[in-house]
Design a protein around this ligand. Structure first.
Ligand code: ZN
Length: 77
C-alpha cells in the first residue's frame, strides 16, 4: 500500500505535536491489512491489536481505509 508523499509529511508533522502511546496513522496503515484479514476470517483483531482498534475509533480516514481493504478482500473470494 502506497501512501502519498504529502500525506506522509502531514502525518509526520502532526506526530510532532501529539506524543502519546496511541497508534498513529502510519502504525495503523502498517497493521491494517492484517487487521482486515483477521476480521474477514472471523477472528478478533481487537484482542491482538487493541491500539489499532483504539485508533480506528478516533480516525475516520483509517476507518475508510479499512472499509476499502475489507471490500477488496471480499471481492477476491
Ligand atoms: Zn489514522
Amino acid at each position: 500500500m502506497k501512501i502519498q508523499q504529502d500525506k506522509i509529511k502531514m502525518i509526520i508533522s502532526s506526530l510532532a505535536i501529539t506524543q502519546d502511546d496511541e497508534a498513529d496513522c502510519i502504525d495503523c496503515y502498517e497493521e491494517l491489512d492484517v487487521y482486515a484479514e483477521m476480521l474477514k476470517d472471523g477472528k478478533d483483531p481487537d484482542m491482538v491489536m487493541p491500539m489499532i482498534k483504539q485508533h480506528l475509533e478516533v480516525c475516520k480516514c483509517c476507518r475508510e481505509e479499512l472499509e476499502g481493504l475489507l471490500s477488496a478482500l471480499e471481492s477476491i473470494d
